[in-house]
Design a protein. Structure first.
Length: 398
């Protein structure tokens, strides 16, 4: 029965990681995979996470199933982190929150929910966006469209094009926003622009959906939530999928959440009951370890302080290498101006390199990143920055 099955193409990012691992060159550099790395080139376990694990190991009494939607204590800390500790949404109980297997799992739950109750809804995603967005929505049977986002001429946001397109889409369509640290471009929406988009959403009645995978990696934990909290002031219904892979370093624990904000508490209860069915038919119920870590850290003042300091340390390191990378390229004599990278946020940057240049860097210098030209700044460190900048300069000046 398997004779007719063909080999699937490698994932563009994970397949690149496999190629990097097989490369035997000593000076190889991985700027492709989307994980944070420290100065030693390692993806560390945070001190706050280790401390929380020790506490949980001593206090854990059972390995029985969690509720389908996750522990109430976990959902409470998620809502306060995303919407704000004193948010009206949290205090009124208007948000239906369910634990999900990472941010991707949250998006999949939302896609299944939308397909079930609003099957004709189209999903509008930014051009460009994270490669898996389209696949997840399409796999749920939803049609995707794109709105303008990145302007390659300015290496910045095409807000006018974005606003114009979104002002013309049908009401009740779903619009996916990157709440901060846009993947893959690193180009973010400003607070004033968020206000204009919130007003537009209210006027046009499209459904906002925020992918919130990098809270704390842009400008700060509170600052990175400005888009969500701006919408919360005007719009009564929207969705948020958040992830703790990056800001807690819990990549392999697959821990995140989906929150659907409704106008009334009773509506949130109904939505949650349906989300439970979506989860039940996908993976039955969620794992405990990652959610216990997040809950313990966010509900223990001393540990939370340590964690917030660690998030700041990661953010500051990424931002410092944005500057170091740009200035080093100038020192090397690179003809292309990369000053725009200093204005971007998060781990990623759209470099503007063509596919041919990306492949040349990969084949000649074993510097790996995706063909779109997106690089992960967190992959840079004191040991490889000069090598990378020299290689960039030689390829771009050729």
């Amino acid at each position: 029965m398997f004779e007719t099955i063909e080999m699937a193409p490698a994932d563009p990012i994970l397949g690149l990681n496999e190629a990097f691992n097989l490369d035997k060159k000593a000076n190889k550099v991985n700027l492709g995979v989307g994980v944070y790395k420290n100065e030693e080139g390692k993806t560390p376990i945070l001190n706050s996470v280790k401390a929380a694990e020790r506490i949980n190991l001593e206090e854990e009494k059972t390995k029985s199933y969690l509720p389908i939607d996750g522990k109430p204590s976990y959902k409470k800390v998620v809502q306060k982190l995303v919407f704000g500790a004193n948010s009206e949404i949290v205090n009124s109980g208007r948000a239906a929150t369910i634990q999900a297997p990472g941010g991707t799992g949250g998006i999949k739950l939302a896609a299944d929910f939308i397909k079930k109750f609003y099957p004709g809804t189209k999903v509008w995603i930014s051009d460009p966006t994270w490669a898996n967005h389209k696949k997840v929505f399409n796999s749920a049977g939803l049609e995707t469209r794109t709105y303008p986002y990145y302007n390659p001429k300015t290496n910045g946001l095409d807000f006018d094009g974005m606003y114009k397109t979104l002002s013309e889409i049908p009401g009740n369509d779903l619009v996916l926003f990157h709440a901060c640290c846009h993947n893959p471009t690193g180009v973010d929406i400003s607070p004033e622009q968020w206000k204009k988009l919130a007003s537009l959403s209210l006027k046009k009645s499209f459904i906002p959906f925020f992918d919130f995978a990098y809270q704390g990696f842009g400008n700060g934990l509170k600052e990175d939530a400005v888009g969500i909290r701006t919408f919360a002031e005007k719009v009564k219904s929207f969705l948020v999928s958040n992830s703790f892979s990056k800001n807690f370093g819990l990549y392999n624990e697959r821990i995140g959440a989906l929150s659907i904000v409704t106008p009334k508490q009773k509506e949130a209860a109904k939505v949650l009951s349906q989300l439970k069915i979506c989860a039940r038919t996908n993976y039955s119920n969620p794992p405990s370890h990652g959610s216990s870590i997040v809950t313990t850290i966010l509900s223990t003042p001393d540990l939370r302080t340590v964690w917030e300091d660690e998030v700041k340390e990661m953010r500051d390191r990424i931002n410092s290498y944005r500057n170091i990378f740009v200035e080093n390229l100038k020192v090397q004599g690179c003809k292309k101006n990369f000053d725009f990278i200093k204005k971007q946020h998060g781990m990623f940057s759209y470099t503007g390199l063509t596919k041919d240049k990306v492949i040349e860097l990969r084949e000649k210098y074993s510097i790996y990143f995706v063909n779109s030209g997106r690089i992960n700044l967190a992959g840079l460190n004191g040991n490889n920055i000069d090598y990378v900048c020299k290689a960039f300069t030689e390829v771009l000046n050729d």
